[in-house]
Ligand binder design. Structure first.
Ligand SMILES: [Zn+2]
Length: 264
């Protein structure tokens, strides 16, 4: 893990900005580089964390296990368990945590949260990103980095496994910092959100040729989803898909979500 800290003379919120929890997602590293160079902090402190430099070096998601499923971690475990242990010590002291990810899914920009309390709603309203996925800890958010923080969200960008869109990431983070009054410029909150509540994961038989579907676009009950050999598989439910996989994970079609338009 690599750490860089920036502190303002004026007291204010402490925030951790984390990149490369997954070693094959360098977008967070570039965004952090850019932010470290360009941010003019008015209040509080920022701790920048490159979470998994070994994974980055070998361009792999993880070495032993998914770091984003390894929290709270172990002092003497495998590499990711130890990383989680040390990262948790740092982020648990911060008021806020932003965790940057890139994905091959075509979801543009998405906020992910593991809970939905008052503090979290406030942090979400600081972001210009309108789509929010609620992935509860007891569902699929188990062992996640943001789940080990006081008040953290993930920022997911895709499709981008490169560094192509790092300036968009940096701009989104500046907007959050501005709304937390940590920067000089005044901002305004973004209270209208599309909330996608993750209920389940949709499994498919093997082999499976999946038809094309768009992220967040409603799939109605009885829609043909794809083919298992010669037989067509239909959806037994109506839902909004998230992380439409096309074989990213074996036997997984997508996460199954309910959609609600909300005002924070
Ligand atoms: Zn990731």
């Amino acid at each position: 893990m690599k750490l860089y800290k920036t502190t303002s003379k004026i007291k204010g919120p402490s925030i951790a900005i984390v990149g490369a929890v997954h070693g094959d997602e360098p977008i967070g590293i570039e965004a952090i580089k850019y932010l470290r160079k360009n941010i003019d902090l008015k209040k509080g402190s920022i701790t920048f964390i490159i979470a998994h430099p070994e994974g980055v070096k070998s361009k792999t998601r993880h070495i032993h296990q998914d770091l984003n499923r390894s929290f709270p971690g172990k002092k003497s475990g495998n590499q990711e368990q130890q990383l989680a242990y040390h990262i948790r010590k740092i982020i648990s002291k911060c008021d806020y945590v932003l965790d940057i990810h890139g994905t091959s899914s075509k979801l543009d920009r998405l906020l992910i949260t593991t809970d939905f309390n008052k503090n979290k709603k406030r942090l979400l309203s600081c972001s210009a990103i309108s789509k929010v996925a609620l992935i509860r800890k007891n569902k699929f958010g188990k062992g996640s980095l943001i789940g080990a923080s006081k008040c953290g969200v993930s920022l997911e960008y895709g499709p981008d496994k490169s560094t192509r869109r790092y300036k968009i990431v940096a701009r989104d983070i500046e907007e959050i910092l501005g709304n937390l009054e940590m920067l000089k410029n005044q901002r305004k909150r973004h209270r209208n959100k599309e909330l996608y509540i993750v209920k389940d994961v949709l499994k498919t038989p093997k082999p499976f040729h999946q038809y094309k579907f768009k992220e967040f676009q409603k799939i109605k009950k009885n829609t043909p989803l794809g083919k298992n050999g010669k037989s067509v598989i239909f959806s037994s439910i109506s839902f909004y898909p998230l992380f439409v996989s096309a074989g990213r994970y074996d036997e997984t079609f997508s996460l199954v979500t309910d959609k609600k338009n909300i005002k924070l």
